[in-house]
Design a binder for this molecule. Structure first.
Ligand code: BGC
Length: 759
């Protein structure tokens, strides 16, 4: 337990780089062996702890990024094995999100100007005696070998400065300076609900080392990823190796324009002896590295790309007979790994890396399937609530809300924005569907109702959500590269549908929680919105602005009566066909369109859309060698040049939301009740695929659906975990109820008949 003895302490000298805080202590004598040593720690900044020279935990970038103003996470570590009779603890502090650059406007140190640490080490002895070591004024402070560090710009390490003796107990730290207390409210200390720290996950060797046309040395690691490069090298003392990172090449050179102001440059100054460098107080989104100043020839063994990410358990797998779709799925997984680094971000490479609410709002269903993000998302939602409370109920566009520190003229206005702010409802609702964890609805219900009531307050007298700042169907591929706001879809249509969705889910959540009056309130709100939507925007199945997004949304959110729904499905299929099965939808329409086609009898169109390879399409980036999901369909143009727009990230998960459809419709594995207590086995094979295997570690155990087409026969094998039931709903067949165990069914399924079978 935290008992209030520890102070938040900072080094007396600012140390622009990464200061070290040091404490030496002996175990109390005469109490027998040490039974348990527990370290609780956190940082204003990011920090790493060593005890007697060994890392206290595998965590990097600790304590991650949360809404620091109200919630500073601390970690609890069992460090018993690291403790000796005489001990030295050293804490290294980096700028991280706290004092480094955040956002695109050069803003720095938005949370505070001073790096600090808080630690409480509790020691329990054999005879029950306890001893405590806490951060206080007895600690000493000194410099480290890190002379600069920034998440966007990179890190500089001067190995000549590295006095390793400070990690040993015979080091005399009297020559070091003192520390002082930093004003800090311990009420902000928040235990991590998720023991899912950012860790090193994987190492990749250089795939190819080569020279660019201008003579630069480049390394291709073969995978767009997030982390850094560790290197081992020996060279002249004082010589400098520089590593610049980028996600892509352009004209054979490092393509750094998409990084905007992020310098993504690490510098290593050699000691003259054998050096190992690992820049753990920064991270980069990269596949390529440009190396300058390497002494002699680079040997591949000397470098490793270190992949970092939150320590999430992989739960959902998908594999099918089409290698392109498998690559698309792998790209979605890599996109998620690179953007679930302490918080869910839009992208990991440029000067942004923010918790954009809209991106997560559409990606949550896919995320919940691919990895266990039950705790991870709840942690983020707690930050959302903290920020929302601070803004009088308005959900900010990014959580944690770093934009509130920017000059308002640089950033969108603080108001309730469709889709983005709706994350307050859509994320917990998707989480509930995936995990059946009632606590998420209980915790979030206040936030959901506050948000949905603000939406109601924003409606026009007509009952439509057609005024105020809106990002609309963000990144419509037909919008000009520098004006992603200019979507074909009418903003009022799109936003009113978002409002309807939020009102509906809030009413459903109220029903689950047994809150009758709120259930009535939001059911009535949803009914009003549906009426207004139909009155003003729907005319005989035709929806205002007549583009794919509005039909996909109306169909999938159930905004239409049966007659209009069938017509809308027909029109959607027509539009998709007229556009030659290329994507014409933005952030709103893209996650919905394959479902909308499938559910209105146009399965074949859904497959054709998914399998299109010409730009814009899901598979176009795959044809261009992509290993992650891009922000724009044409982030890289067919001639290999980079899209001229301002926003051209090559690692953006939002458009990977289609994985959810792949799991449910190609794979045939969907929740029929929250948390997969009841499972819907409903594969809809098509697109010429001959098999698919989809597995999910549900909260109840492993569920799997595997299907195979042999000639005109479709064989489906479903595995249902203990304690669960399933409905097996196969094409042309009466749905069957099954219980736990493995079940195999074979049916006739002639090729080329997908449309007729999609119902
Ligand atoms: C982000 C997007 C985000 C958008 C909203 C961008 O800069 O990268 O993913 O949704 O801004 O304005």
């Amino acid at each position: 337990m935290i008992d209030g003895h520890a102070s938040m302490i900072a080094a007396d000298s600012g140390h622009d780089g990464a200061p070290l805080l040091r404490k030496q202590f002996h175990l109390d004598a005469g109490h027998g062996a040490l039974r348990q040593a527990t370290l609780r720690q956190t940082f204003l900044g990011i920090g790493e702890t060593t005890i007697n020279g060994a890392p206290a935990s595998p965590e990097v970038l600790a304590p991650g990024w949360s809404s620091y103003e109200w919630r500073l996470r601390y970690t609890t570590l069992d460090v018993t094995d690291l403790i000796s009779q005489t001990n030295v603890i050293v804490l290294a502090l980096g700028n991280g999100w706290y004092r480094g650059h955040l956002c695109a406007f050069g803003t720095k140190a938005v949370y505070g100007a001073e790096l600090a640490a808080w630690a409480q080490l509790d020691l329990v002895f054999q005879d029950g005696h306890t001893q405590q070591v806490v951060t206080d004024l007895s600690w000493r402070s000194g410099p480290s070998a890190i002379t600069a560090n920034d998440l966007y710009h990179g890190q500089t390490i001067d190995a000549r400065l590295h006095d390793r003796r400070c990690y040993q107990t015979d080091f005399d730290d009297k020559q070091w300076e003192g520390v002082h207390r930093v004003d800090f409210d311990p009420g902000r200390l928040t235990p991590t609900t998720a023991q899912q720290p950012v860790i090193r996950q994987q190492e990749l060797p250089p795939g190819r080392i080569f020279h660019s046309p201008s003579g630069k040395t480049l390394i291709d690691f073969g995978q767009n990823m997030v982390g850094w490069v560790r290197l081992a090298v020996q060279g002249d003392a004082g010589s400098v190796i520089t590593l610049r990172h980028a996600e892509v090449l352009e004209n054979g050179e490092l393509g750094v324009r998409p990084l905007r102001t992020a310098r993504a440059t690490d510098r290593f100054i050699l000691s003259g002896g054998q050096d190992t460098f690992e820049p753990t107080f920064t991270f980069h989104g990269f596949r390529y590295v440009e190396v300058d100043g390497w002494p002699g020839d680079i040997t591949p063994e000397a470098l490793r790309a270190v992949v970092i990410g939150s320590d999430l358990q992989r739960t959902g797998l998908f594999e099918c007979s089409d290698p392109m779709l498998n690559q698309l799925h792998a790209n979605i997984v890599w996109g998620m790994r690179g953007n679930f680094v302490s918080l869910p971000t839009d992208c990991p490479a440029r000067d942004e890396r923010l918790g954009w609410t809209g991106d997560l709002a559409v990606f949550t269903p896919a995320a919940c399937f691919l990895f266990d993000v039950n705790d991870f998302l709840r942690e983020w939602l707690h930050d959302l609530v903290a920020e929302q409370d601070h803004h009088g109920g308005i959900v900010p566009l990014v959580v944690p809300d770093a934009l509130k520190y920017e000059d308002r003229k640089n950033v969108p206005p603080l108001e309730t924005v469709p889709m983005f702010c709706d994350a307050a409802v859509w994320v917990p609702w998707a989480h509930w569907q995936a995990y059946g964890n009632r606590a998420v609805l209980e915790d979030q219900f206040g936030s959901m109702t506050t948000h949905t009531r603000l939406v109601r307050a924003a409606l026009s007298p007509t009952g439509l959500w057609d005024t105020g700042f809106q990002l609309g169907d963000w990144l419509d591929p037909q919008a000009p590269p520098d004006e992603p706001l200019l979507s074909k879809a009418d903003k009022g249509v799109v936003s009113t549908a978002c409002a309807y969705r939020s009102a509906t889910h809030t009413a459903q959540a109220a029903a689950i929680l047994g809150l009758t009056s709120e259930q009535e309130e939001f059911t009535a709100m949803a009914a009003e919105l549906r009426r207004a939507y139909n009155t003003h925007y729907v005319n005989d199945g035709h929806i205002t602005s007549d583009c794919a997004t509005v039909y996909a949304q109306a169909i999938e959110l159930d905004l239409l009566d049966d007659d209009d729904r069938a017509k809308a499905g027909h029109r959607l299929s027509e539009l998709v066909r007229e556009n030659d099965y290329r994507i014409s939808t933005g952030f709103i329409g893209t996650p919905l369109i394959t479902d909308a086609l499938t559910n209105t009898g146009h399965l074949d169109d859904a497959y054709r859309l998914l399998l299109q390879r010409e730009c814009p399409s899901w598979l176009y980036p795959v044809t261009m060698g992509a290993t992650t999901i891009w922000e724009r369909w044409d982030a890289m143009l067919p001639d290999g040049s980079i899209n001229p727009g301002e926003m051209t990230s090559f690692n953006h998960y939002a458009l990977g939301a289609v994985a959810d459809w792949m799991h449910r419709t190609i794979g045939g594995l969907a929740p029929a009740a929250p948390g997969y207590q009841r499972i819907l086995v409903r594969p809809r094979p098509g697109g010429g695929l001959t098999h698919a295997t989809t597995t999910l570690q549900t909260p109840h155990g492993l569920a799997a659906v595997e299907w195979r087409r042999h000639g005109e026969t479709l064989t489906v094998t479903a595995t249902i975990p203990e304690g669960c039931t399933a409905q097996v709903d196969l094409p042309h067949s009466t749905p069957q109820e099954v219980g736990p165990g493995t079940h195999t069914h074979s049916i006739d399924y002639p090729a080329g008949d997908e449309d007729a079978l999609s119902k």
